[in-house]
Design a protein around this ligand. Structure first.
Ligand SMILES: NC(=O)c1ccc[n+]([C@@H]2O[C@H](COP(=O)([O-])OP(=O)(O)OC[C@H]3O[C@@H](n4cnc5c(N)ncnc54)[C@H](OP(=O)(O)O)[C@@H]3O)[C@@H](O)[C@H]2O)c1
Length: 308
């Protein structure tokens, strides 16, 4: 559900709840009206980043702002998004528009799309980074917990693509390139007992990305999957608080968030289909793809019983 389309704040000088509008105010449905001034930076390209309030999404928002993009920041935590909007403005001179949205709610992407349209905010890049993870044996997690992962990681992401891709294809037909960056995971490459629903949701993201990248050939739209390994973010901290072993992973197995985001950004800009940051992660994913499925399952089961 789109909960707020907030107003410019002097404190941040950024986008809505910290920013300028490129167009006229909208109003109902998407939340409050935005400012009525057309931004001086309307010629800058625009990237929409979901999951921008922390971790990899926040780092990706920095990458795009640093590269000269204005950004639409989407997540549920208004305060974090406002603070980020101010930082992107002061560090990179980017206009940042805050959109407080729960993307797991059916219809949220469509409401967000409508609110942006009313304000003439047309993203050139869509970054689907918002995601949740719950670890544990399938039967130890509630039905609601499984559903939450499906609602955000699968349904929310697909709805965002459905909302924004048709316009991207249309505009690309008129000469402007567009890009989608979907954040999957190395968990997408093999089943992972103890992370069954999460891994399945990321396998969906990877498969969808690969299919779309082929469908989009020749249209001017590229679709990239960023597949990070374990990365030091709030998601890892949360998983480690539920499972102590995850808090004691060797340092070489844990990616640095800015490095992961930079590699994803660069892959997206090149139009690569799959980006796996880190040599070890690349070896693991190549191994998974080259190994018979029954053996991958067995190894996954062994590792999960020992390490998770
Ligand atoms: N960290 C890792 O080890 C790792 C590895 C591989 C892949 N990934 C993937 O990377 C992505 C980012 O994760 P992260 O590690 O950066 O974790 P994070 O720091 O926990 O970030 C998750 C982001 O998703 C947003 N989000 C969660 N629920 C939402 C909802 N219902 N609607 C809108 N936004 C929502 C959160 O913001 P709010 O809470 O403010 O809504 C936050 O901005 C995820 O898709 C994750 O699966 C992470």
């Amino acid at each position: 559900m789109v909960t707020k389309l907030a107003k410019k704040t002097a404190a941040t000088g950024g986008g809505n709840v910290g920013g300028e509008s490129r167009g006229k105010s909208g109003g109902e449905g998407g939340g409050e009206a935005v400012g009525d001034k057309v931004s001086a930076k309307a010629s800058r390209p625009l990237a929409l980043v979901t999951g921008a309030s922390s971790g990899i999404g926040e780092a990706l928002a920095h990458c795009f702002a640093k590269a000269g993009y204005d950004v639409i920041l989407v997540a549920r935590s208004a305060d974090k998004l406002k603070a980020l909007a101010g930082e992107l403005k002061s560090r990179h001179g980017a206009a940042a528009y805050v959109q407080v949205v729960d993307l797991a709610v059916p219809g949220a992407a469509a409401k967000l799309g409508a609110a942006l349209k009313r304000n003439k905010l047309v993203p050139d890049v869509l970054v689907n980074c918002a995601g949740v993870l719950s670890q544990g044996l399938f039967t130890s997690l509630s039905a609601a917990t499984h559903q939450q992962m499906i609602d955000l990681n699968i349904a929310g992401l697909t709805a965002m693509i459905s909302e924004f891709l048709p316009g991207m294809v249309e505009r690309a037909g008129q000469g402007s390139r567009a890009r989608i960056l979907n954040v999957a995971s190395i968990a997408a490459f093999q089943p992972i007992p103890s992370l069954a629903t999460y891994a399945a949701s990321k396998a969906f993201v990877l498969s969808l990305t690969e299919s779309l990248s082929e469908e989009m050939k020749g249209t001017g739209v590229t679709v990239t999957a960023l597949c990070p390994g374990v990365t030091a973010t709030a998601m890892l901290t949360g998983a480690a608080s539920a499972n102590d072993k995850l808090g004691h992973l060797p340092a070489f197995m844990v990616g640095e968030v800015n490095d992961v985001a930079r590699q994803g950004f660069e892959a997206c800009m090149r139009g690569d289909v799959i980006c796996v940051p880190g040599a070890i992660n690349r070896a693991v994913t190549l191994g998974s793809r080259a190994t018979p499925k029954w053996l991958v399952r067995k190894i996954g089961g062994l590792i999960a019983r020992k390490a998770l």
